[in-house]
Write a protein that binds this ligand. Structure first.
Ligand SMILES: [Zn+2]
Length: 478
């Protein structure tokens, strides 16, 4: 089927034919009219389905981990440019495998939204601004069928005949671009778009809008399927679509605070670089600095680099250690490479990063893209030692940890400090063995025993710096 379609496309390219006869004439006004764009102020898609967490695969290159979306509302306000995504998830991968806040215990609400350029995310009782998800939320709003046609009308986009329909393009420089396929029924059926990812660069997204139904003169799709970075991210079926139901509000006072970086001394020459959702650690060597974890993207990591330079003046950051390839933990590596640091990562990640870094970065070129430099890698399998003779940082693979196949921890033998991401994140004080043990934490503890690491203090990438006793309790160990 696919091969046949490709062959047909080649014939059409070679012998251009007028595809749209008089009865099938397509223009933006006809598309807007068919979809009822002029009648829509708000749209609520209510339903269920599946989503996958981008950048959180167990192993680089594998599909993103899957979650069940048991109830979901995707609400659009096309007058105010507001998009609210509010859903209830349950664990999809059994046993848990990969990131995206696994394991989900029971049902968990997740919500996020965007109003104009202000994006937010709901974390339990708190609503906070998010720069991390702002580009994709904005992209998801603008690549929804009715918003896209509105944008095309504003731009007066040109319609190009295509096999069984027509295409048009919409571009927002520095943000996203989309190529839109409209079928013969004048409905948006497929969108190929690109949005910036700190790891993948111009990340390709493909969205199909199917099973359109008429809701009082407004045509809306009841099946939405999306892939991003080559793997599925959404399969949503609407059981109900409400037109002009109103009631979509953005939280007030969602202002992005400037990056907070709080540097605490963990030991002589060892610093806990905290203050954000994802922390780092800095290790001072004789003539250079090792930065352990470069999270999120240029914004966070550049603020961390500045703070480290102030704390340890006059020494270059020579190594940037990456705990695992998950995009929230690897998104700032390119900022470190632009700074001249070599990326120290598990061997399985190098081909993946190299391929990703070779992709175009035209939407939001980051510091490395602008510098013209190339990232350098230092890789290892089970163990790697960085030492200047006086201070030593060991890196160990955490074997068989279901969070990530290439998860590594840092260990400073003299200081008895362990640096760990995601397998142990002590946010609240841990004073007793939890009722339900986290499999990522129990595996971490087993690895520490196997490696015979003598740990006194734990620097976590999420949470508080703690004594090892809290880790021991969290792992349910004697
Ligand atoms: Zn992770």
């Amino acid at each position: 089927m696919h091969g046949f379609r490709s062959a047909t496309a080649i014939v059409i390219l070679a012998f251009p034919l007028p595809l749209a006869g008089p009865a099938g004439a397509q223009d933006l006004d006809a598309i807007a009219k068919a979809m009822g764009v002029g009648k829509v102020e708000t749209l609520h898609y209510i339903g269920s389905g599946t989503f996958w967490a981008v950048g959180q695969s167990y192993r680089p290159g594998e599909p993103w981990p899957r979650f069940n979306m048991v109830r979901a509302t995707r609400a659009f306000d096309l007058k105010q440019d507001v998009f609210v995504n509010d859903f209830v998830v349950t664990q999809g991968e059994n046993p848990p495998r990969g990131g995206g806040q696994q394991p989900v215990i029971g049902e968990q609400r997740r919500a996020s939204g965007i109003a104009g350029d202000k994006a937010w995310i709901v974390m339990g009782a708190f609503t906070m601004a998010t720069s991390r998800f702002q580009p994709t939320l904005r992209h998801d709003y603008w690549t929804s069928p009715h918003a896209l046609v509105k944008a095309a009308l504003t731009d007066q986009s040109k319609l190009t005949p295509a096999e069984a329909g027509a295409t048009f393009e919409v571009t927002r420089a520095g943000r996203w671009k989309a190529r839109v396929f409209v079928g013969k029924a004048n409905l948006v059926e497929r969108v190929e778009s690109w949005v910036d990812s700190p790891v993948l660069g111009d990340m390709a997204v493909v969205t199909t809008y199917g099973a359109y139904k008429d809701f009082g003169g407004v045509m809306a799709p009841t099946r939405i399927q999306q892939s991003a970075g080559g793997h599925p991210v959404l399969d949503f079926t609407a059981s109900e679509v409400k037109i002009n139901g109103g009631g979509i509000t953005a939280p007030t006072a969602i202002r992005e605070a400037p990056e907070q970086v709080k540097v605490d001394r963990a030991a002589e020459g060892v610093w806990f670089v905290a203050g954000g959702s994802h922390h780092s650690a800095a290790v001072e060597m004789r003539d250079h600095v090792i930065l352990f974890e470069c999270p999120l993207g240029d914004g966070r990591t550049q603020a961390v680099i500045e703070a480290v330079k102030k704390t340890i003046p006059g020494k270059p950051i020579r190594f940037a250690v990456n705990t695992h390839h998950h995009f929230d933990h690897a998104g700032g590596l390119r900022a470190c490479a632009a700074e001249g640091a070599a990326i120290v990562t598990h061997a399985m990640n190098k081909p993946y990063f190299e391929q990703a870094y070779a992709a175009p970065r035209t939407l939001e070129p980051d510091a490395l893209a602008r510098s013209g430099k190339k990232a350098e890698f230092v890789t290892f399998e089970d163990k790697h030692v960085l030492s200047d003779g006086a201070r030593t940082l060991e890196l160990h693979l955490v074997k068989d940890n279901a969070h990530n196949a290439g998860l590594i921890v840092g260990y400073l033998p003299k200081e008895k400090i362990l640096i760990v991401a995601d397998a142990f994140s002590p946010r609240e004080p841990i004073t007793a063995v939890p009722a339900r043990l986290n499999p990522f934490t129990t595996n971490l503890w087993a690895n520490l025993q196997q490696l015979k690491l003598d740990v006194d203090t734990v620097i976590p990438i999420h949470g508080r710096m703690v004594k090892v006793e809290e880790l021991r309790l969290a792992a349910g160990a004697k």
